[in-house]
Design a protein around this ligand. Sequence first.
Ligand code: HEM
Length: 152
Amino acid sequence: MVFRNAIQGLWSGKGRGWYPTIADFEYQETLEFTDTGRPFLTYRQTTHASDGSPLHTEAGYIRFLSDYRLEFVVAQPTGISEVLTGSVEATEDGYRASLQAHQLARTETSKLVDSTSRRFVLRGESLSVEFWMAAMGQPMQPHLSSELRRDV
Ligand code: HEM
Protein backbone atom coordinates (compact mmCIF):
# COMPACT_ATOMS: atom_id res chain seq x y z
CA MET A 1 0.00 0.00 0.00
CA VAL A 2 1.38 3.45 -0.86
CA PHE A 3 1.63 6.32 1.67
CA ARG A 4 -1.30 8.14 0.08
CA ASN A 5 -3.62 5.21 0.86
CA ALA A 6 -2.01 4.31 4.20
CA ILE A 7 -2.51 7.78 5.72
CA GLN A 8 -6.18 8.14 4.77
CA GLY A 9 -8.66 8.20 7.66
CA LEU A 10 -9.05 9.69 11.10
CA TRP A 11 -6.17 9.90 13.64
CA SER A 12 -6.15 11.18 17.20
CA GLY A 13 -3.82 11.43 20.17
CA LYS A 14 -1.72 13.72 22.32
CA GLY A 15 0.90 16.30 21.56
CA ARG A 16 3.12 18.76 23.29
CA GLY A 17 4.47 22.11 22.19
CA TRP A 18 7.23 24.50 23.14
CA TYR A 19 9.23 27.43 21.76
CA PRO A 20 11.76 29.77 23.37
CA THR A 21 9.26 32.66 23.41
CA ILE A 22 6.30 30.85 25.08
CA ALA A 23 5.41 28.50 27.95
CA ASP A 24 5.34 24.72 27.20
CA PHE A 25 1.88 23.26 26.58
CA GLU A 26 0.07 19.98 25.85
CA TYR A 27 -2.80 19.29 23.50
CA GLN A 28 -5.21 16.68 22.15
CA GLU A 29 -5.14 16.43 18.34
CA THR A 30 -7.42 15.01 15.64
CA LEU A 31 -6.31 14.74 11.99
CA GLU A 32 -8.34 13.59 9.04
CA PHE A 33 -7.02 12.77 5.55
CA THR A 34 -9.84 12.15 3.09
CA ASP A 35 -9.75 10.66 -0.39
CA THR A 36 -11.29 12.81 -3.11
CA GLY A 37 -11.01 10.47 -6.11
CA ARG A 38 -8.53 13.00 -7.52
CA PRO A 39 -4.73 13.13 -6.96
CA PHE A 40 -5.01 14.91 -3.63
CA LEU A 41 -6.28 14.26 -0.10
CA THR A 42 -8.18 16.83 1.93
CA TYR A 43 -6.60 17.51 5.35
CA ARG A 44 -8.32 18.79 8.47
CA GLN A 45 -6.74 19.24 11.90
CA THR A 46 -8.27 20.31 15.21
CA THR A 47 -6.59 20.57 18.62
CA HIS A 48 -7.87 21.06 22.16
CA ALA A 49 -6.37 21.77 25.56
CA SER A 50 -6.91 19.24 28.39
CA ASP A 51 -9.89 21.29 29.69
CA GLY A 52 -11.56 20.91 26.25
CA SER A 53 -10.99 24.47 25.10
CA PRO A 54 -10.08 24.78 21.40
CA LEU A 55 -6.48 25.50 20.39
CA HIS A 56 -4.96 25.63 16.88
CA THR A 57 -6.86 24.33 13.83
CA GLU A 58 -5.93 24.17 10.15
CA ALA A 59 -7.15 22.74 6.86
CA GLY A 60 -5.73 22.10 3.43
CA TYR A 61 -4.79 19.65 0.72
CA ILE A 62 -1.96 17.19 0.14
CA ARG A 63 -1.25 16.99 -3.58
CA PHE A 64 0.52 13.86 -4.88
CA LEU A 65 2.82 14.47 -7.84
CA SER A 66 3.78 10.79 -7.63
CA ASP A 67 3.71 8.15 -4.86
CA TYR A 68 6.90 9.73 -3.47
CA ARG A 69 6.64 13.47 -4.21
CA LEU A 70 4.08 15.72 -2.66
CA GLU A 71 2.96 19.29 -2.08
CA PHE A 72 0.93 20.52 0.89
CA VAL A 73 -1.17 23.68 1.03
CA VAL A 74 -2.52 24.56 4.46
CA ALA A 75 -4.46 27.56 5.78
CA GLN A 76 -4.65 28.67 9.41
CA PRO A 77 -7.08 31.00 11.19
CA THR A 78 -4.05 32.75 12.73
CA GLY A 79 -3.57 34.49 9.36
CA ILE A 80 -0.82 32.21 8.04
CA SER A 81 -0.81 29.97 4.95
CA GLU A 82 1.95 27.49 4.26
CA VAL A 83 2.86 26.01 0.87
CA LEU A 84 5.26 23.09 1.40
CA THR A 85 6.96 20.61 -0.88
CA GLY A 86 8.35 17.27 0.13
CA SER A 87 9.03 13.63 -0.38
CA VAL A 88 7.97 10.27 1.02
CA GLU A 89 10.44 7.54 1.93
CA ALA A 90 9.50 3.94 2.62
CA THR A 91 10.88 2.78 6.00
CA GLU A 92 11.15 -0.74 7.48
CA ASP A 93 7.67 -0.53 8.94
CA GLY A 94 5.91 2.31 7.10
CA TYR A 95 6.65 5.70 5.62
CA ARG A 96 8.29 9.00 6.43
CA ALA A 97 7.00 12.15 4.68
CA SER A 98 9.20 15.25 5.07
CA LEU A 99 8.04 18.67 3.91
CA GLN A 100 9.71 22.08 3.78
CA ALA A 101 8.03 25.43 3.31
CA HIS A 102 8.31 26.64 -0.25
CA GLN A 103 6.35 29.84 0.45
CA LEU A 104 4.52 31.33 3.40
CA ALA A 105 1.88 34.03 3.29
CA ARG A 106 0.86 36.09 6.32
CA THR A 107 -1.88 38.61 6.92
CA GLU A 108 -0.84 42.03 8.18
CA THR A 109 -1.71 41.08 11.75
CA SER A 110 -0.38 37.48 12.00
CA LYS A 111 2.58 36.45 14.14
CA LEU A 112 5.94 36.57 12.38
CA VAL A 113 6.69 33.11 10.92
CA ASP A 114 9.57 32.96 8.40
CA SER A 115 9.78 29.27 7.59
CA THR A 116 8.27 25.92 8.57
CA SER A 117 8.90 22.23 8.14
CA ARG A 118 6.75 19.20 8.88
CA ARG A 119 7.26 15.48 9.22
CA PHE A 120 4.71 12.64 9.28
CA VAL A 121 6.02 9.20 10.30
CA LEU A 122 3.58 6.37 9.72
CA ARG A 123 4.15 2.97 11.39
CA GLY A 124 1.18 0.66 11.02
CA GLU A 125 -1.66 2.22 12.99
CA SER A 126 0.56 4.93 14.58
CA LEU A 127 1.29 8.36 13.16
CA SER A 128 3.91 10.77 14.58
CA VAL A 129 3.65 14.40 13.58
CA GLU A 130 6.41 16.98 14.00
CA PHE A 131 6.34 20.68 13.21
CA TRP A 132 9.35 23.02 13.18
CA MET A 133 9.39 26.74 12.57
CA ALA A 134 11.63 29.80 12.34
CA ALA A 135 9.41 32.42 13.95
CA MET A 136 9.46 35.50 16.18
CA GLY A 137 13.11 36.10 15.23
CA GLN A 138 14.18 32.60 16.38
CA PRO A 139 16.09 30.06 14.25
CA MET A 140 14.39 26.93 12.85
CA GLN A 141 13.50 24.59 15.73
CA PRO A 142 10.66 22.35 16.96
CA HIS A 143 7.30 23.83 18.04
CA LEU A 144 5.13 20.66 18.12
CA SER A 145 5.34 16.89 18.42
CA SER A 146 2.37 14.51 18.62
CA GLU A 147 1.74 10.76 18.66
CA LEU A 148 -1.55 9.66 17.11
CA ARG A 149 -3.39 6.35 16.67
CA ARG A 150 -5.89 5.47 14.00
CA ASP A 151 -9.47 6.06 15.20
CA VAL A 152 -11.80 3.18 14.45
C1 HEM B 1 -1.03 21.56 16.97
C2 HEM B 1 -1.06 22.80 16.47
C3 HEM B 1 -0.66 24.00 17.31
C4 HEM B 1 -0.91 24.24 18.62
C5 HEM B 1 -1.69 23.37 19.60
C6 HEM B 1 -0.27 25.51 18.94
C7 HEM B 1 -0.30 26.10 20.18
C8 HEM B 1 0.33 27.26 20.50
C9 HEM B 1 0.27 27.90 21.80
C10 HEM B 1 -0.53 27.35 23.01
C11 HEM B 1 1.01 29.00 21.74
C12 HEM B 1 1.30 30.01 22.88
C13 HEM B 1 0.15 30.91 23.16
C14 HEM B 1 -0.27 31.65 21.94
O1 HEM B 1 0.48 32.53 21.47
O2 HEM B 1 -1.37 31.33 21.43
C15 HEM B 1 1.53 29.11 20.38
C16 HEM B 1 2.32 30.14 19.93
C17 HEM B 1 2.71 30.27 18.62
N1 HEM B 1 2.50 29.39 17.60
FE1 HEM B 1 1.54 27.64 17.72
N2 HEM B 1 0.35 26.00 17.82
C18 HEM B 1 0.13 25.12 16.80
C19 HEM B 1 0.54 25.25 15.50
C20 HEM B 1 1.25 26.31 15.01
C21 HEM B 1 1.60 26.49 13.62
C22 HEM B 1 1.23 25.51 12.50
C23 HEM B 1 2.29 27.68 13.54
C24 HEM B 1 2.90 28.36 12.34
C25 HEM B 1 2.60 28.12 11.06
C26 HEM B 1 2.38 28.20 14.87
C27 HEM B 1 3.01 29.37 15.21
C28 HEM B 1 3.03 29.92 16.46
C29 HEM B 1 3.66 31.20 16.75
C30 HEM B 1 4.38 32.10 15.76
C31 HEM B 1 3.45 31.42 18.10
C32 HEM B 1 3.81 32.69 18.86
C33 HEM B 1 5.03 32.62 19.68
C34 HEM B 1 5.16 33.93 20.44
O3 HEM B 1 4.16 34.66 20.62
O4 HEM B 1 6.27 34.21 20.80
N3 HEM B 1 1.75 27.35 15.74
N4 HEM B 1 1.12 28.01 19.66
